[in-house]
Ligand binder design. Structure first.
Ligand SMILES: C[S@@+](CC[C@H](N)C(=O)[O-])C[C@H]1O[C@@H](n2cnc3c(N)ncnc32)[C@H](O)[C@@H]1O
Length: 243
């Protein structure tokens, strides 16, 4: 399991951070809530590691795939799939019952990220941790520009939410400061911020696929360092509810 995680440039940095938290709580069976957890890319390995995971997701198809994946991995008894909207989490989860909440690639698409974060914090036990992954603003500007979409790059750079407007698939993108401010305002203490996919999306596929182990090591080496971190496709924030 550890090998699969560490070999993936999209997830290696996140798993390193999560692994440290799991090690900190070694021997405990944690209650994990994965909001917008989709098909279980994180939920199933966490269940395999012995933890109880509830996935709340809006998509019945994603939850069906999650259920199949959990069954195939032999952890169906530790994975609960709940259809629900992140914008209406309160009521779906008992307050102060969760040790670790994951909210990966979801804040960019919800109606309003502030009440979502607030609901996540309410779900957490004191000393519980939050793993939040959001789309990076700077990488999106660079990406559009490098594709020749200079108007879109300019619009994205100027837009306060970091989008290109009505046709953008995301409703907002973040830099480290405003993502951090969102979590802090919800009552969390941000402990770490890493860039995820600093280079992975910029490399020709032949390089990314052909030298995956080297790419993982390079992503890890750059993830916490500015300015590399701030140019990453995604920002990963690890934060804690004060005890
Ligand atoms: C980009 S996927 C990310 C999946 C997973 N978190 C990951 O990082 O691999 C976004 C997921 O969020 C779900 N989603 C989108 N909007 C949502 C909402 N308002 N409430 C709950 N889930 C939502 C989608 O169904 C999808 O499974």
């Amino acid at each position: 399991m550890e090998q699969i995680r560490t070999l993936t440039p999209r997830t290696a940095v996140i798993w390193s951070v999560l692994r440290a938290e799991l090690d900190r709580r070694a021997g405990e069976r944690l209650s994990v809530l994965d909001v917008g957890g989709g098909t279980g890319g994180f939920a199933v390995p966490l269940a395999e590691a012995g933890h109880r995971v509830t996935v709340v997701d809006a998509s019945p198809d994603a939850l069906a795939a999650l259920t199949r994946r959990a069954a195939e991995a032999g952890v169906a008894d530790r994975v609960r799939a709940t259809q629900g909207d992140a914008d209406a989490l309160t009521g779906l989860v008992e307050p102060a019952t969760v040790d670790l909440v994951l909210c990966h690639s979801v804040l960019e698409v919800v109606d309003d990220p502030e009440p979502v974060m607030s609901a996540l914090v309410t779900a957490l036990r004191p000393d519980g941790a939050a793993s939040v992954l959001v789309a990076g603003r700077a990488a999106a500007v660079f990406g559009r520009a490098m594709n020749g979409q200079l108007d879109a790059a300019a619009a994205l750079a100027a837009d306060p939410h970091g989008t290109t407007g009505g046709r953008d698939t995301l409703r907002r993108r973040y830099d480290a400061a405003d993502a951090s401010a969102l979590l802090t305002a919800a009552g969390l203490v941000v402990e770490e911020i890493h860039g995820v996919r600093v280079l992975a999306d910029l490399l020709p596929a032949a390089v990314a696929d052909g030298q995956q182990a080297a790419l993982v090591e390079l992503e890890r080496a750059l993830a916490a360092r500015s300015p590399y971190r701030d140019l990453a496709a995604q920002l990963h924030l690890f934060a804690r509810r004060p005890a």
